[in-house]
Design a protein around this ligand. Structure first.
Ligand code: FPP
Ligand code: MG
Length: 335
C-alpha cells in the first residue's frame, strides 16, 4: 500500500468524467481516424469496423487522466492514447479468432465478415503500426512499458490456451492469466500516461499497479457478466466462456461445491467439449446457489479497492477523482 493520503471518495459521475475530458478524447479520436491510413484498404476497413464499433476508449481515457494527475497538460502526445487503442483493437481482432466469436459489442465480429486470415493480419498491422509510432517518441521507459505489455498479452493468451478445457485450473493460475491478458495493457496505459505527465519513478510504478489491479477487476467483472448479463446489453452471446471451454472464476469457485458425481460428469464434459445448453443452465443455477457469482463480484471489488490504494500518493485533483469514478464504472457495468 502506498503511503500518503487515504483513498478519497468522488462525487463525480461517469457522464461528468466523459464531459470533463471530452477535449482529450476528441483529440485521441482524431488521431485514431488520421492514423487509419494503411496502404491496403482492407486493413482500414476492418480496423474501422471494430474501432467504430462502440468501444469506450477506457485505455486512452486512463492514459489522459494519469497524465493529468500531477497537473501536467498534454502537449500533442495524446496520440499515445490512440496507439494504445490500436494495440487493444489488435488484441480483440486476434481474440475473436481464437474464441471463434460471432459477436462483439452487439455487431458481427470482423472474422465473420472478412474471415480469420484477414482479421489476424489486420490485427498484426494495427499492433506493428502502433509500436512503430511509439518508438518514434524515443522514450525508453514508454517503449519498455508498451513492449512488456504486448509480451504479457501474448503470454496470457497462450497460458489461457493451455488452460482451455482444464476445469481443474487453480484460482491463482487463473489470476495470473487475467493479470497478463487484461491487466498488462491497462497497467501500461496508466504508467505511460504518468510518465508523459512527469511523475516520479515510484509514482509510475504505483500507476502501473493501479492499472494492473483495475484490469484484473475488469476481467473478473467480464467473467461474472458472461454468466449473468442481459445478452442484449452485453452485445455478445451469454455463456460463451463455458461453451468455449474457457475456465473462469465462477466455474473455478463452483466446481468444488458440486456433489462428487456431478463434478466428475461436468469436468469430463468440459474436457471432451461436450457441454450443452442444459448444462449451462444447470451450472448457472449452481453458481447462484453456491455464491460463485457473488464471490467473483466480491473479488473484483477487492481488486478495485487495492487499485484505489495505489493512488494514495497522489494529491487530490479532478483527475484523481475521475480515476476513482472510472475504476468504479469498470466493475459496476452491465455490458
Ligand atoms: C479478451 O478476453 C482478450 C484479451 C483481453 C487479450 C487478447 C490478447 C491476445 C489475443 C494477444 C494478442 C497480442 C498482441 C500483442 C496483438 P476474453 O475473450 O475473455 O474477453 P471478450 O469477452 O472481450 O472476448
Ligand atoms: Mg474473447
Amino acid at each position: 500500500m502506498g503511503s500518503g493520503q487515504p483513498v478519497i471518495q468522488s462525487s463525480l459521475t461517469m457522464d461528468e468524467v466523459w464531459d470533463l475530458y471530452r477535449r482529450d478524447l476528441e483529440e485521441i479520436e482524431s488521431h485514431i481516424r488520421h492514423n487509419l491510413n494503411a496502404e491496403a484498404p482492407l486493413i482500414n476497413e476492418i480496423a474501422a469496423h471494430i474501432l467504430e464499433g462502440g468501444g469506450k476508449r477506457i485505455r486512452p481515457l486512463l492514459l489522459s487522466l494519469c497524465y493529468r494527475l500531477t497537473g501536467s497538460i498534454p502537449k500533442n502526445d495524446l496520440v499515445l492514447g490512440s496507439l494504445i487503442e490500436f494495440i487493444h483493437t489488435a488484441t480483440l481482432l486476434h481474440d475473436d479468432v481464437l474464441d471463434e466469436a460471432a459477436l462483439r459489442r452487439g455487431r458481427p465480429t470482423a472474422r465473420r465478415i472478412w474471415g480469420n486470415r484477414a482479421s489476424i493480419l489486420a490485427g498484426d498491422y494495427l499492433y506493428s503500426r502502433a509500436m512503430h509510432h511509439i518508438a518514434a517518441f524515443k522514450n525508453h521507459e514508454v517503449n519498455d512499458a508498451m513492449a512488456l505489455a504486448c509480451k504479457r498479452l501474448a503470454e496470457g493468451e497462450i497460458l489461457q490456451l493451455c488452460a482451455n478445457r482444464q476445469p481443474l485450473l487453480s484460482e491463482s493460475e487463473y489470476l495470473r492469466i487475467v493479470e497478463y491478458k487484461t491487466g498488462a495493457l491497462l497497467a501500461a496505459a496508466c504508467k505511460v500516461g504518468g510518465l508523459m505527465g512527469g511523475v516520479s519513478p515510484l509514482q509510475a510504478e504505483e500507476l502501473y499497479q493501479f492499472g494492473l489491479n483495475l484490469g484484473i477487476a475488469f476481467q473478473l467483472a467480464d467473467d461474472w457478466l458472461d454468466y449473468t448479463a442481459n445478452e442484449k446489453n452485453l452485445g455478445k452471446t451469454l455463456g460463451q466462456d463455458l461453451m468455449q471451454g474457457m475456465v473462469t472464476l465462477p466455474l473455478i469457485h463452483v466446481l468444488p461445491c458440486l456433489p462428487a458425481d456431478d463434478q466428475r460428469t461436468l469436468v469430463a464434459k468440459i474436457e471432451r467439449n461436450a457441454v450443452e445448453e442444459g448444462d449451462l443452465l444447470q451450472l448457472t443455477a449452481h453458481m447462484h446457489q453456491h455464491g460463485s457469482l457473488g464471490y467473483t463480484r466480491t473479488r473484483s471489488r477487492e481488486y478495485i479497492e487495492t487499485a484505489l490504494l495505489n493512488l494514495a500518493t497522489f494529491e487530490d485533483s479532478t483527475a484523481k477523482r475521475a480515476l476513482i469514478v472510472v475504476a468504479d464504472y469498470m466493475v459496476n457495468r452491465d455490458c
